[in-house]
Ligand binder design. Structure first.
Ligand code: C2E
Ligand code: MG
Ligand code: MG
Length: 694
């Protein structure tokens, strides 16, 4: 019960308490009123009985003295005027009743009037008064009178009813009053409690308690608000510390699992990932593959361009790997210039090989590092679980071994581990693997094929007037022997190696031309240019730079572009061609007629020469319309006012036919095959160009 009371709101408790108090006060007040009324009534009754008894006593003194019963009875009968009188007796000494009055039967009366009675006596049923009857100061008899209390009780009941009504009214009126009091006293406290509950529910320490109500509540609110301010500060500090700790955890996690240069996963993560991949493959009967990637020549980049540029390159390598692979493939940097890829999707050897080939290609593309362009390649080894390895360790060992073989084979290549043993790489792979190092190793040299004015009689050999040479690249491979450009140029184009290679060809052939022009000042040179060399404005500018630094005049060097290059009719390409022209290069379209150049656009390119492809030259002597295309090309050249050179002239008849159709310039075995530098020098009657290693 008490506990229930404690659980009630303070407002209700105050209201209840107030009402109980009011009830008590009103009850006491009503009881007091009744007690007072009773006392009053008693006093009044006694006084009125005494007065009446004295009158009766005085009137009956003579009758008593003379023992006159009749008179005594008559005097007593006057009491009939007082309806409350229940009975009366006049006793004479000796106890005899002289007179009696009784309006009703006395049996119901509560007193038995006795001659010995004295004074005043009050009972519930009535009040009795004994009064001596005096004559000349002497007692001659006794008057006994009993009065009923009915009217007194009625009056009392009225008073009681009035008091109860008044008290009930007062009580009723006090209820709203107490409620207001309770609300006033407890309201601020209740609001404080509400705020406290909201704080604990919403954990919002910015909430504050409103002031007001009373001094005590104000003090409580102030104390509460101070506490909240402290809590808020502590909460903010805690949140700050928590967020810092979270950041620190993320950072630690990053340090633990990520490489901070490339943002890729690190060796630590790699170990977990490869374990998971092998575990999953073993459990599900699937497969996975591990690809190790080691950069070739990264040290030189680091040494020559600095570590910042080196880091930039590593980041770019990481980006290219990530972009090339699928999201599900895990790319990690194991440290230094080593990367690893985990292919975790039941791939087959062919798929892994395709991925490895693609990675070799993307890594070999040029890197723009600040204002420099740099190159790096990748040696890649791959191994499959469970085809080539039984467990994680052998998987890693074999992938590493395969990667080592790719490096040994000449770098810039991939090798797959085969459970059967180390298969020798294919010829294509060997070329791919050794191409990059070949330039540094000095395995390339140039051949020069004369371009001549076709003699009117189609005469062969040295009798034709030489106008210049076409520089043709040659590769003396250490194990494969001579490798023709038709074989290695497409590979060099695919892996980007053509750019440094092309620069080297231009630079070397310019050096020869400078020397030869001392004896034959009008001598020209044609250098083949790959589309890839025009892909960057940087590479174009470097070609111009080579020409500028050679000191050769405009027109001395012509670049041979293939027709496919002209398919790109963008403003950028056009701007680059103009750039080359302005730098002093002549521009020839090589193998004209075999590509896709639209005659409509030919006019817009700043070309200087068309080279009739040898396929059309070969047909000259045969079919009836065999010479039609060659004739058309000559006509186009005339119309565009550019020179026309026929290549692949092998017979005097071809030379004569070309000459007849107006083609004045030619190149081919009829005059001379591509020759070594010394032979070329001799061919034009110049001493061998000693001191220039090629
Ligand atoms: P191309 O520019 O059309 O070079 C002419 C090719 O025809 C040369 O082959 C040359 O040896 C050959 N040739 C010359 N006269 C005759 C002839 O009378 N009959 C026959 N059947 N062939 C003849 P090569 O040297 O094997 O070069 C092949 C191609 O490789 C070149 O075709 C050129 O597109 C490319 N190439 C060669 N050197 C370079 C280079 O330094 N840079 C670039 N980008 N490409 C090069
Ligand atoms: Mg050519
Ligand atoms: Mg050609």
């Amino acid at each position: 019960m008490r506990a229930r009371a404690r659980n009630r709101s303070i407002q209700r408790q105050i209201t209840s308490l107030g009402m109980v108090l009011t009830g008590l006060v009103l009850t006491v007040f009503a009881l007091g009123m009744v007690a007072h009324e009773i006392a009053n009534r008693r006093q009044t009754l006694e006084t009125s009985m005494t007065t009446e008894a004295e009158i009766i006593g005085a009137n009956s003194a003579a009758a008593v003295t003379f023992g006159n019963e009749t008179e005594a009875n008559e005097i007593l009968a006057s009491l009939a005027a007082s309806p409350d009188v229940l009975q009366a007796r006049i006793f004479v000494p000796g106890g005899r009743v002289l007179g009696a009055y009784s309006p009703r039967t006395t049996s119901a009366d509560c007193h038995r009037l006795s001659p010995a009675g004295r004074g005043w006596e009050l009972r519930w049923c009535g009040a009795v008064l004994y009064r001596p009857i005096l004559l000349h100061g002497e007692t001659v008899g006794t008057l006994a009178m009993e009065v009923g209390l009915a009217s007194t009780y009625r009056a009392l009941a009225g008073t009681l009813a009035f008091s109860v009504l008044a008290a009930a009214l007062a009580f009723g009126l006090s209820i709203p009053l107490w409620r207001r009091v309770a609300a006033r006293v407890a309201g601020p406290l209740t609001r404080l409690v509400d705020i406290t509950e909201r704080v604990s529910r919403e954990q919002d320490f910015r909430l504050r308690a409103p002031a007001g109500g009373s001094r005590e509540v104000d003090a409580l609110a102030r104390g509460f608000n101070q506490m909240m301010a402290q809590l808020q500060q502590r909460d903010e500090r805690l949140n700050h510390e928590l967020s810092q700790r979270r950041q620190a955890e993320v950072r630690l996690n990053d340090l633990a699992y990520f490489d901070n240069v490339t943002g890729l996963h690190n060796r630590h993560y790699f170990r977990e990932r490869i374990d998971a991949a092998v575990g999953r493959a073993a459990r599900d009967g699937g497969s996975c593959a591990l690809i190790y990637i080691d950069l070739d020549g990264f040290k030189q980049v680091n040494d020559s361009l600095g570590h910042d540029r080196g880091d930039e390159m590593l980041r770019e390598v990481g980006r290219r790997l990530t972009e090339t692979l699928r999201r599900s493939d895990g790319v990690c940097r194991l440290g230094g210039d080593e990367f690893a890829v985990i292919i975790d999707d039941n791939g087959h050897a062919a798929q892994v090989e395709a991925v490895a080939a693609k990675l070799v290609e993307v890594v070999a593309a040029p890197y723009r590092l600040g204002d420099r362009t740099a190159y790096v390649s990748a040696s890649i080894g791959a191994c499959l679980y469970p085809d080539d390895a039984d467990d994680r360790d052998s998987l890693m060992r074999h992938a590493d071994g395969a990667m080592y073989r790719a490096k040994q084979g000449g770098k810039n290549a991939y090798c797959l581990h085969h459970a059967g043993g180390d298969e020798p790489p294919s010829r294509h792979q060997q070329i791919e693997q050794t191409l990059r190092s070949a330039l540094d190793a000095g395995q390339f040299h140039l051949a020069f094929q004369p371009q001549v004015a076709i003699p009117p009689d189609g005469a062969a050999g040295q009798r034709a007037t030489v106008l210049g040479f076409e520089a043709l690249l040659r590769w003396q491979h250490p194990t494969l022997g001579p490798v023709g450009p038709a074989e290695f140029i497409p590979i060099a184009e695919a892996n980007g190696m053509i750019v440094p290679l092309g620069e080297w060809v231009l630079s070397e052939s310019c050096k020869r031309l400078v020397l030869w022009r001392k004896a034959r000042p009008a001598l020209r040179l044609s250098v083949n240019l790959s589309a890839r060399q025009l892909a960057s404005v940087d590479a174009v500018e470097r070609l111009c730079q080579v020409l500028r630094s050679s000191g050769l005049p405009p027109g001395a060097v012509e670049l041979e572009l293939t027709e496919t290059l002209l398919v790109d009719r963008s403003d950028t390409m056009l701007a680059r061609l103009h750039h080359l022209r302005q730098a002093g290069f002549g521009l020839a379209i090589d193998d004209f007629g075999t590509g896709y150049s639209s005659l409509a656009y030919l006019d817009s390119f700043p070309i200087t020469t068309l080279k009739i492809d040898r396929a059309f030259v070969r047909n000259l002597s045969g079919a009836a319309h065999g010479d039609a295309i060659a004739r058309a090309i000559v006509a186009i050249g005339d119309a565009l006012e550019v020179e026309v050179i026929a290549e692949g002239i092998e017979t005097p008849a071809q030379a004569a036919a070309l000459r007849a159709m107006g083609c004045r310039l030619g190149q081919g075995y009829l005059f001379a095959p591509p020759m070594s530098e010394a032979e070329a020098a001799r061919w034009i009657g110049v001493e061998a160009t000693a001191g220039l290693p090629v």
